[in-house]
Design a protein around this ligand. Sequence first.
Ligand SMILES: [Zn+2]
Length: 137
Amino acid sequence: MARRLWQPAWPHREPRELLPIITIMHELSIAQSLLKIVQDESKKHGVTRVTRVCVRIGTLSAIVPEALSFSFEVISKSTVAEGAAFDIEVVPARVRCANCNTDFEVDSSSFLCPKCEGFASEIISGKELEITHIEAE
Ligand SMILES: [Zn+2]
């Protein structure tokens, strides 16, 4: 008989169902930091309505773009950024091989150099999380 090693806090729910909630909590806190920057910049420049926010996020930043966009839309209600377009540029991860110095793009499945199969030692891009552009009226 299979033994259960871990019990969810709510016995009628499987832990798997709780995962999306945990995921969005991560993006929600990032969206809050971004909104704070937008609000501070708006105040600084005397802006009353923000129409577009552009951000760059790297594929290694562990952010789900859809979840971030949704979070921003929700928390920006009744703020200067309500209804603003939220553009996300996804920056692919590039790393450098420790063995032969080749730069190559990676997905999450492999960090091995395509040339010599050495390990990547240095991340060149992919950890970005920044606002690049804010449009306002
Ligand atoms: Zn290499």
